[in-house]
Design a protein around this ligand. Structure first.
Ligand code: FAD
Length: 393
């Protein structure tokens, strides 16, 4: 029998697998997808995430494959823009998620994890053990043919729509905000003036991530290796929104209407059909069952605006693996409480920042004020960008 069963081989699952396997646990990763697989994301690894990956020795291939990102541009409804470079000369990377997740999974395999792909987990198996209820494995399969896979520890790293967290009633979409994301890859999307200047002067600068906040949502833009550009539109919406049925038209129309982006997008074409996701926000309660740990988006998701979900996934994967190894060696007593406390210590300040940012972007006036303030006090804006990029963790 495996010691640790990890459901989901995205960044949270792969990193949890690396850490647990290096600590000597027998680890099995399961994923319903076959890898490499696509994942809608802004494709930006912020400096804090990169630092964690470096700490784990998982960065070399990412550095080889990714573009250097050394700051962000924020623009508001009135067209005011401000550039903030990350402080202390640190940088992030832009890598297509299909590639990033594949690279991390390879590292998990190299660390000794087993991997079964194309296996959809339906639910966790819960048993009464003495006076306590414990997760003892998972049920997998389809079309009525179900089998169980047993393990003393299950890590649910199955993403924002976690089958496990929703199945146990731990997760729910808050009533507000209800935002959807529409994301796609473009070819021939022109770079920002700032990126063009850097190339023209051959400065050793990296490129910039971009966040364009508008009255009805925001558009994130990230240059990628191979001449691709990632564009994600995030807007208030609902399943009845007819616009969501034609995401290509929705995305290209949003770009064509935008005074700052339309010229850069004029000659661009979609490299593939865009992807639609929503509602984005998910609130999750920590599990209290023995044998179960949540990691990554399965443990909750606030908003993509701050571009730091990968840090929660990577660091959350590390903490989940450490908790799993502790539980295997010393039993479950106190494990959920300690893990919850560690997650709060690591993430609570950023969760507050992200909730505040999520509320702020709903107010175009506040964003205009932030961009104007950023121009007047660039150091304060850089500190903000540094905080968003997890540079001080
Ligand atoms: C529009 C958008 C833009 C974003 N941009 C950024 C960004 O630029 N930078 C950043 O840091 N973060 C960004 N994020 C957040 C980031 O994408 C996530 O936080 C990150 O992917 C979380 O990783 P994860 O491993 O928890 O989940 P995932 O990467 O979603 O992986 C979950 C895995 O679980 C598998 N799975 C799901 N259900 C089952 C099941 N029942 N059985 C078996 N396997 C299952 C899936 O196939 C998948 O491989 C963005 C998010 C969105 C929505």
């Amino acid at each position: 029998m495996d010691d640790v069963l990890i459901v989901g081989a995205g960044p949270a699952g792969a990193v949890a697998g690396v850490v647990a396997a290096r600590a000597g646990a027998r680890v099995r990763l399961l994923d319903r997808a076959t890898f490499p697989r696509d994942k809608l994301c802004g494709d930006t690894i912020n400096p804090g995430t990169l630092a964690r990956l470096r700490h784990l020795g998982l960065h070399e291939e990412i550095d080889r494959h990714g573009l250097k990102v050394d700051g962000m541009i924020l623009t508001g409804e009135r067209g005011v823009g401000v550039v903030g470079r990350y402080p202390q000369g640190v940088w992030g990377r832009a890598v297509v998620r299909r590639e990033l997740d594949w690279l991390l999974l390879q590292q998990a395999l190299a660390a000794g994890c087993q991997f079964d792909e194309g296996i959809a987990v339906q639910r966790v198996v819960v048993e009464e053990i003495g006076a306590r209820r414990a997760v003892t494995g998972v049920a997998v399969g389809a079309n009525g043919a179900t089998r169980t896979i047993a393990a003393p520890v299950v890590i649910a790293a199955d993403g924002r729509r976690s089958t496990i967290a929703f199945g146990l009633g731990l997760a729910r979409h808050p009533s507000r905000p209800r935002r959807w994301a529409i994301g796609g890859y473009f070819e021939n999307f022109l770079p920002t003036q700032s990126d063009r200047d850097a190339v023209a002067t051959e400065l050793p600068a990296g490129c910039l991530g971009e966040m364009h906040v508008r009255r009805n949502g925001y558009i994130g833009v990230a240059p990628l290796p191979g001449g691709l550009t990632n564009v994600c539109l995030v807007k208030p919406s609902g399943p009845a929104d007819a616009d969501l049925r034609d995401p290509s038209a929705l995305l290209t129309r949003a770009l064509a209407r935008d005074p700052l982006l339309r010229d850069r997008a004029a000659g661009a074409r979609l490299a593939a059909q865009p992807v639609v996701l929503g509602p984005l926000a998910v609130d999750v309660e920590p599990p209290t069952l023995d044998g179960l740990i949540l990691a990554g988006d399965a443990a909750g998701f606030i908003d993509p605006m701050t571009g730091d979900g990968l840090r929660f996934a990577v660091r959350g994967g590390e903490l989940a693996a450490a908790a799993a190894v502790h539980a295997l060696e010393h039993g479950w007593s106190g494990v959920p409480e300690r893990l919850a406390a560690e997650r709060r210590r690591e993430f609570a300040a950023k969760w507050r920042f992200n909730r505040l940012t999520r509320a702020l972007v709903a107010s175009p006036r506040a964003v205009d004020a932030a961009t104007i303030g950023g121009q007047l006090v660039p150091r304060a804006f850089e500190a903000l960008i540094g905080h968003a990029g997890d540079c001080y963790c």
